[in-house]
Ligand binder design. Structure first.
Ligand code: NI
Length: 174
């Protein structure tokens, strides 16, 4: 297993649409282990393969709190089959967008169909944090980020700020 580098905005890869997985083989299983290790290392509760630069429709999630037993779930080719009218709002961050939190309203409950790590088709009813996290990660697979919920002006300003802070230029006084 290995911890991967997480790509951040404005990397264009994050805007790409990930490809469906045809077969869950050794490469996919290894990737899922790496995604979990990377997610835990960076203290995230969800991670999509595209965030480590791999355009496959694979997501890992663990929404257990730190006092609880770990509850890792991996989703391959996830598809949302239905959503509730009732919504919930979380302040969402993203490992690919440093130091940024945005309030986003999403359906409170969603039903997702996916393939598990053993290649079995599953159906899961997700509520609360799991539902929001899953929708956030599926957005990643479709090249959508939380900053896409903002106006273009706000989004551009934010990316500028992030890019600037990443370069971290030396300050001089002359
Ligand atoms: Ni994210």
């Amino acid at each position: 297993m290995s911890i991967k580098d997480i790509i951040t905005v404005p990397d264009e890869t994050l805007k790409k649409i990930s490809d469906p997985v045809e077969k869950v083989g050794e490469n996919e299983k290894k990737l899922i282990k790496d995604l979990f290790e990377t997610m835990y290392n960076f203290k995230g509760i969800g991670l999509a393969a595209v965030q480590v630069g791999i355009l496959k429709r694979i997501i890992v999630i663990d929404v257990s709190t730190k006092d609880e037993k770990k509850e890792p779930i991996s989703f391959i080719n996830p598809i949302i089959k239905s959503v509730s009218n009732e919504t919930s709002i979380y302040e969402e961050g993203c490992l690919s967008i440093p130091d940024t939190f945005i309030e986003i309203e999403r359906p409170k409950i969603c039903e997702v169909e996916y393939i598990d790590i053993n290649g079995k088709k599953k159906l899961l009813n997700c509520d609360g944090l799991l539902s929001t996290c899953l929708q956030h990660e599926i957005n990643h697979l479709d090249g959508k980020l939380i900053i896409d919920h903002l106006s273009k002006l706000k989004r551009d300003m934010l990316i500028k700020r992030i890019t600037k802070s990443q370069k971290n230029p030396e300050r001089i006084l002359v």
